[in-house]
Design a binder for this molecule. Structure first.
Ligand SMILES: [Zn+2]
Length: 268
């Protein structure tokens, strides 16, 4: 491994589902299945003076309409608030290929996409004949990724690998066959961008697995792997929790509720 560098990290919220989202949608073994529990949709930006990487590609307005979600801004427009031009980003880490993470690949025309071998196998293989596994994928997104394989623009990973000095990916499976999280060195230590290896803080903290799942066993082992790779509990960033923007300072007063700064300690 090369000498690690440290980075700024930002959570960029691009959408949400507030109505019609309940605890039963977020937890197996939830204590109160009928209580409302909104979900937020994010992409993440990692940058220092040497490079800028994006984690996940979100989805667009048409996809939101189809699935009853709300997109506030395209992921590329959220990144633009940070001064990041999606058209020039060279590396996009796709933590898994579900519709809400692999949907705007066309907005990153210069990028290589980092994916686990097992995720491509999952998204193009036998399990997609089964609705419980296929429902969270969008065929056109998967086909788009396959096209990029043939263009030589997909970087495959198998397990735990370094992407750049101070940035590593870690396969956990569980939610999907090739689900991975990203670990980033910051000035406050190693932060884990868990993405959907834990959707909410509560999945991991209370060991309540998320209902869309390939392997419950791997999902639960994944919680331990996340904890082992983060400096502390407050260095773990779940993939969909509205609490993230409540706990971390905004980039500035104009981006309150849109962009959270994750390389600094949570507020209070
Ligand atoms: Zn997701």
């Amino acid at each position: 491994m090369s000498d690690p560098e440290s980075y700024e990290i930002f959570a960029v919220k691009y959408g949400s589902m507030v109505e019609n989202r309940f605890r039963r949608d977020n937890f197996i073994l939830a204590d109160d299945h009928a209580a409302p529990m909104p979900i937020d949709y994010y992409v993440w930006a990692i940058r220092n003076e040497n490079r800028t990487l994006v984690v996940d590609a979100g989805f667009d307005y048409a996809e939101a309409e189809k699935r009853g979600r709300k997109v506030d801004r395209l992921p590329r427009d959220g990144l633009e608030i940070l001064g990041i031009d999606a058209a020039t980003v060279e590396d996009v880490i796709i933590t898994h290929m579900h519709y809400d993470h692999a949907g705007t690949l066309d907005d990153f025309p210069a990028a290589r996409f980092h994916v686990q071998d097992a995720e491509m196998q999952f998204a193009t293989g036998r399990h997609m004949c089964q609705q419980p596994f296929a429902m969270a994928f969008t065929c056109d997104h998967v086909v788009g990724m396959v096209r990029r394989v043939f263009e030589g623009r997909v970087v495959f990973h198998d397990g735990d690998e370094e992407i750049a000095p101070g940035i590593t990916v870690h396969k956990v499976g569980g939610h999907t066959m090739g689900m991975m999280f990203v670990r980033v060195l910051t000035k406050r230590g190693w932060v884990v961008l868990a993405s959907d290896s834990t959707h909410f803080y509560e999945n991991l903290e209370a060991t309540k697995p998320f209902p869309i799942v390939y392997s419950v066993a791997d999902m639960i082992s994944g919680y331990d792997k996340i904890k082992a790779h983060a400096e502390s509990g407050s260095h773990i960033i779940p993939g969909h929790d509205p609490l993230v923007l409540a706990r971390y300072p905004a980039l500035n007063s104009a981006t309150e509720g849109i962009i959270g700064r994750l390389d600094v300690d949570p507020k209070g």
